[in-house]
Design a protein around this ligand. Structure first.
Ligand code: UDP
Length: 235
């Protein structure tokens, strides 16, 4: 492990499911506190942290049967804002300055997404939490993570999941599943590996953004940023 952080600016993607703490629904306060502590540790050593939160613990557009897809996707984006606000509250409780910016304007609860302003917040040591994904239906929060990482010129996307790495098949169902430590973007797309959806993966590929996939906990967040090998690297 190196003595200095490997990255100056990171984009942490936290899925809604991870926030639910294994139950798949709602927000688990212990998990949110654990993530906040990890973010605080990075913030304390001067690593700039931007966060994109998912919403799958409340709603997923593609699984809402019978509903107009666009409407369902907007509901999904609103769900991510609840998660963003919960994380903001938890971070501020332990003294980490934060701003929430949303891809859909809702001025009473958060700032609208303004790239230059977000960059300025990061430079000032504030953690910026991006809610409402890209603000557009037919996208995912993974794509929002890739997009915001490119816009913020982040050094890496930290893709914190509830599995420890990328496998060729679901390790919970297949004990012989093969674990990958390194992958190329093309391999992820061609083998349809469940890292990110293909839109998000192509965006990372085109903009040469490294993705680190690992299991979400404080220890891992620190290890990854200090260059220790955990999980899978896609580059
Ligand atoms: N969503 C969207 N546009 C975006 C981001 C999200 O329409 O830019 C919607 C989409 O319906 C998605 C839902 O919000 O299913 C929740 O996001 P996602 O499933 O990506 O969250 P995660 O799986 O990371 O919890």
């Amino acid at each position: 492990m190196s003595e200095q952080p490997m990255y100056k600016r990171v984009l942490l993607k936290i899925s809604g499911e991870a926030l639910s703490g294994g139950t798949g629904f709602g927000i688990n306060n212990d998990v949110v506190s654990e993530i906040s502590l990890g973010i605080k540790k990075l913030n304390d050593v001067g690593v700039e942290v931007a966060v994109v939160v998912g919403g799958g613990n409340f709603w997923r557009g593609r699984t809402s049967q019978g509903m107009d897809r666009t409407t369902a996707d907007y509901i999904g984006m609103l769900a991510t804002v609840m998660n963003a606000m919960a994380l903001q509250d938890s971070l501020e409780n332990i003294g980490v300055p934060t701003r929430v910016q949303t891809g859909i304007e809702m001025n009473k609860v958060a700032e609208p997404y303004i790239r230059r302003r977000a960059v300025r917040h990061l430079e000032k040591g504030r953690v910026v939490i991006f809610g409402a994904g890209t603000g557009n239906p037919y996208f995912s929060t993974d794509t929002a993570a890739a997009l915001r990482a490119a816009e913020m010129e982040a050094d890496v996307i930290l893709l914190a999941k509830n599995v420890d790495a990328v496998y060729d098949k679901d390790p919970k169902e297949h004990p012989d599943a093969k674990k990958f430590t390194k992958l190329s973007y093309m391999e992820v797309i061609n083998r349809e590996l469940k890292v990110m959806d293909s839109t998000a993966t192509s965006l990372c590929m085109d903009n040469k953004i490294t993705i680190k996939v690992f299991e979400l906990n404080t220890e891992n967040i620190i290890k990854v940023v200090y260059g220790e090998d955990v999980g899978t690297t896609v580059e």
